[in-house]
Design a protein around this ligand. Structure first.
Ligand SMILES: C[S@@+](CC[C@H](N)C(=O)[O-])C[C@H]1O[C@@H](n2cnc3c(N)ncnc32)[C@H](O)[C@@H]1O
Length: 398
């Protein structure tokens, strides 16, 4: 391992010029990739950038496709607890002499740890389901082609895969493997975020939220009735006090690392309650799967079909986008990866997106932060109701 004392970004295997994209990338994206349904393909193993791609019409047409650019925490313990952790990112290829190259970088985003808290250890499954209304991405990317998507629990990638070629990327290997299982028809599993939410829901009876009352609320589909029901039966003083306490910095710090909290607005409990009220006044409860999951932890999912043709990539988003061919994507579904990343990462990602996007490409990105007066904010349209920002904008202005 080459030790580099300075924090640095990871150069792309192929530099900025798409024509110089590394062999792994050329292998992963053959010409004519747009016509995915007409041609069965199989990706080379991303760890061996020189391995040739072979067509495997016998199986690959029915399986999700995988590329491995391993990115993750090094095996050694954190050098110091406040941001001194270092990560080794193997380059996706060999140097001129055939030596595999590794370098050491400082994490630019807290997500690289694959953990919500500040403890060290192996990356964990954080999200068993997504609280992101993929209808926003579906509308934003309508008529567009290839889409880059953060994998997370797989839901957005799966929702987009019937209309688009999807590259689903995640820096957390546990999360990426889970998204692959989901696309392969696997059952929903419980991640750390759901465990924290289950814990919070255990307080529901204490604030007078009986399951029958919550179910009656969820059965409503008139938004005026919903608002009235909420005020009368659910938005009680006890509920408000408990909700605000659970979302206070002191309690959140017991679950989340400081990087995941620094951007939250003051009085986050009250802010989130207002976002929920905005949602009840706009979206029908009865047909809202996100609300059912939020209030009761219910999945409401029956058997799932397999979703073929999603290309799964284990990598940091900015690193990978710096390496893919220029002008490659028409859409970017970024989840809220910038919640937990510093300004340097944001600017790096924005440059990488500018390079990797077509002229008309659109970016959808979310944040729990309060919106800085954004015209392009569609947070109120998101049926999960949690977001302060759901920014839908041209990739060239991201
Ligand atoms: C941003 S999180 C948030 C989850 C989301 N709000 C939901 O409702 O599911 C989603 C995923 O993004 C991944 N992620 C975060 N930063 C990333 C990055 N820079 N590159 C690739 N994946 C990243 C995390 O590992 C996680 O699996």
């Amino acid at each position: 391992m080459v030790q580099d004392p300075r924090p640095r970004t990871v150069p792309s295997p192929g530099g900025q010029d798409s024509s110089a994209a590394g062999p792994a990338i050329r292998t992963a994206f053959p010409q004519g990739a747009r016509h995915r349904r007409s041609r069965a393909r199989h990706l080379g193993d991303g760890r061996n950038g020189l391995r040739p791609m072979r067509d495997r019409a016998d199986c690959s047409a029915h399986h999700t496709q995988r590329e491995r650019t391993p990115v993750g925490p090094s095996r050694h313990k954190r050098a110091c607890w406040h941001g001194g952790e270092e990560y080794r990112l193997p380059r996706a290829g060999l140097d001129l002499w055939g030596h595999s190259q590794r370098m050491t970088v400082k994490p630019e985003t807290a997500w690289q740890a694959g953990r919500l808290g500040s403890s060290s250890g192996a990356p964990r499954l954080l999200f068993g389901r997504m609280y992101e209304d993929a209808e926003i991405e579906r509308a934003a990317f309508q008529g567009k082609g290839r889409v880059f998507c953060i994998a997370s629990a797989g839901a957005t990638a799966i929702e987009l895969a019937d209309q688009h070629e999807v590259v689903a990327c995640d820096v957390n290997p546990a999360q990426l493997a889970y998204a692959e299982r989901r696309a392969d028809g696997g059952q929903q599993e419980t991640g750390d975020a759901e465990r924290a939410m289950n814990f919070a829901r255990a307080f529901m009876p204490l604030v007078g939220w009986r399951t029958g009352v919550v179910r009656a609320f969820l059965a409503l589909s008139d938004v005026n009735e919903q608002t009235a029901f909420w005020s009368k039966h659910l938005n009680t003083r006890r509920f408000r006090a408990a909700f605000d306490a659970l979302l206070s910095p002191a309690i959140l710090r017991t679950v989340y690392a400081s990087e995941f909290l620094s951007f939250l607005p003051p009085k986050f409990g009250a802010v989130l309650r207002h976002r929920l009220e905005r949602g009840f006044a706009r979206h029908q409860n009865a047909s809202n799967p996100y609300l059912r999951a939020l209030l009761l932890g219910e999945n409401g999912e029956h058997t799932r079909a397999k979703t073929p043709h999603i290309r799964f990539v284990l990598a940091d988003a900015a690193s990978w986008l710096e390496s893919c061919p220029a002008g490659f994507f028409d859409g970017f579904a970024l989840s809220n990866i910038l919640d937990g990343a510093g300004a340097a990462y944001r600017s790096r990602l924005s440059k990488a997106i500018d390079r990797a996007s077509t002229k008309e490409a659109v970016v959808v990105s979310r944040s729990f932060a309060e919106p800085p007066g954004l015209e392009s904010n569609q947070a109120a349209c998101d049926r999960s109701m949690l977001w302060g920002v759901v920014d839908v904008r041209s990739a060239k202005t991201f």
